[in-house]
Structure formats: C-alpha cells, structure tokens
Design a binder for this molecule. Structure first.
Ligand code: SF4
Length: 317
C-alpha cells in the first residue's frame, strides 16, 4: 500500500500534506477500525465505482427530513412542510441527466421505500413534542456544521480540529437534545439503541455539542427507522453520554490522533485484518487480498477517486 501514488490533496482543506488536521467522526472511525482502510479511503480517496445504496438512501432520507424541518421552523403548516419533504425526495431521487428515477437493486432501500419512509416518519411525528431550536441568526438548527479545536496539536504545534454535522437540535421537556436519524433493516429494540454506547460517531457529536452549548445539551435522541420491503417502522430512543464518559473518549482521541501523525510521518498504515469482515465486508478486500505489487494496478481499474473533505459546510453553527 505504501507504493500508492500520492492523492491530489491540494483541494482538500482538511489536510496539510498527508496529515489530516480537521477530523470528523467518519475519519476517526475509519482510523480506529483499520489504519489501512483509513489511508485508502480518506487520504487517497479510493472508492468503489458505484456509490453504496445505503449511502444514497441515507443522504436522501436525511435531506428530505431536513427540508421538512426548515419549512416547519419558518412557519409552514405540517401538511405544507410534508409536501416540501416528499417533493424533495421525489426530485432528488430522479436522475435529471438520464431522465429516469434512481435505480436501486436493493429491495429495502429504493425510491419507493424512500418516499414512503419520509411520508410515514412525518405522519408518525406530526405532533412531535420536540421542537427544532431556532438559532440566534433566525435559522433553524438543522444540518449544523461544527468546527472546534480538539485540544490536540501536531508535533510542530498546529491545532487539530474536530468537525462534522449534526442532524438537528431540538427542545424537549425544556432540555436541548441532539436529534439524529438512523435507518436500518433490522428490528428496532433495546439492543438497537444499546449499540450506540459506546459509539464513536455519537461520542463525537455529544462532545462537540457539550463544547459548543455546554450543559444545555442533555444527550442524544435517536429516531430510528426500520426499512422493510412492505413497511417502515419508527422508534425513538435516548442515548446518554456522561461527562466522565466523554472525558475518557476525548483522552483516547488524543492517542488516535497521535497514531495518525506517526503513521503519516512513516508512510506506514498497518492493516487491521480483524476488521475485514465487519459491516458486511470491507470494500477494499479485493485490494488487500492481492500481492502488494499488484494493488496499484488493480485499484486503478476497479475503483475510482472521491475525496472526503470534512470541512465542507452544510449549515451554520
Ligand atoms: S480489507 Fe481488511 S485490511 Fe484491507 S483495508 Fe479493509 S479492513 Fe483493512
């Protein structure tokens, strides 16, 4: 893997040379999972040629519900805001260039289940007691981009940043919560919510929320959607993060960021071959299974390049 050609990082504001200086939960999670996977995916932007159906579905689902939140916070009725959300889902799951709908070969995650899930979510939470926070600038607190100092520095004193995006901040029972939406094919039960403790993404969000809003942030509320062929079922759950829990997570973050600098300095990103089968199988298995001398040529043919820049804003914090 060290024989790879350097990626074009000049347009990626989260990097300085081969070292990432702005870290989001995706980058941190990949580094923890397998340093080589992080290197291929984030430093070199190696990506499968076809975009994952789960990624496409997740982006459209979140963005459609965001369209609802924005319209509602600006004074639209529930029905009018729902029409906005469903319209968003329909328009953005239509390929304007090819003049045909998004074709998914996944029987659970496709255009039909997307539109159904958006409409049914909004029906289920039509009288949602959690209200979207309105920020000081008058905008609704949805898809908030955050960028804070991590408290850690490179060897030569450059501050390392923590950044990312929160789905929504909501007020519920006079407390402020980070509201995150998840989709799954699995049944939603207590086990589903328990898998978020510990969880790198939610700890990143809770840490950033606490740094930015202090004790006003009570925790995370997860709206989970079980996407089945014939139905979508929703359940809301609470994910807690105590002060001590977050302190421990932050201390360990320092270790991982130090590891990343050391790997980058040596140009050596070790494989964690105990992670290859996780999450349905690593997409880079076909690379890692080749002899090192064959990998570069294989990657060029079978993969494309998509650079990940966590500093790209989606909203205002
Ligand atoms: S296939 Fe295994 S070793 Fe290779 S990048 Fe993926 S997780 Fe790491």
């Amino acid at each position: 893997v060290t024989a790879l050609q350097p990626a074009n990082l000049t347009n990626n504001s989260s990097f300085r040379g081969p070292l990432q200086i702005a870290w989001d939960s995706t980058s941190i999670g990949l580094l923890k999972e397998c340093p080589r996977k992080y290197f291929l995916s984030i430093v070199h932007g190696v990506a499968p040629r076809s975009e994952s159906v789960h990624l496409t579905f997740g982006i459209l689902y979140h963005a459609s519900l965001e369209a609802y939140d924005r319209a509602k916070a600006l004074g639209a009725s529930h029905d009018a805001a729902t029409i906005e959300a469903v319209r968003y889902a329909l328009v953005h799951s239509w390929d304007q260039r090819l003049k045909k709908p998004w074709i998914s070969d996944d029987k659970y995650k496709n255009r039909e289940t997307l539109v159904r899930s958006v409409a049914w979510y909004l029906d289920q939470f039509a009288t949602d007691p959690m209200e979207t926070i309105i920020l000081a600038n008058g905008k609704p607190a949805v898809e908030l981009s955050f960028r804070i100092e991590s408290g850690y520095y490179t060897q030569d004193g450059q501050p390392l940043l923590l950044c990312g995006h929160l789905d929504r901040l909501g007020r519920f029972n006079d407390q402020i919560w980070i509201n995150d939406r998840k989709t799954t094919k699995s049944q939603i039960n207590q086990d589903f919510f328990e898998k978020f403790s510990p969880d790198n993404q939610f700890s990143t969000y809770a840490f950033a929320g606490k740094i930015t809003y202090g004790d006003q942030i009570t925790g995370l509320i997860v709206d989970a959607a079980q996407i089945a062929v014939g139905f979508t079922r929703f359940q809301r759950g609470v994910v807690e993060r105590t002060e001590a829990f977050l302190e421990e997570w932050h201390a360990e973050l320092g270790y991982w960021l130090g590891q990343a600098e050391s790997f980058a300095a040596r140009g050596f990103w070790p494989a964690n071959d105990k992670s290859c089968g996780n999450y349905g199988g690593c997409p880079f298995r076909s690379i890692c299974s080749k002899n090192p001398s064959m990998r570069q040529a294989w990657m060029k043919g079978a993969f494309t390049q998509r650079m990940w820049d966590p500093l790209k804003n989606r909203g205002d914090f």
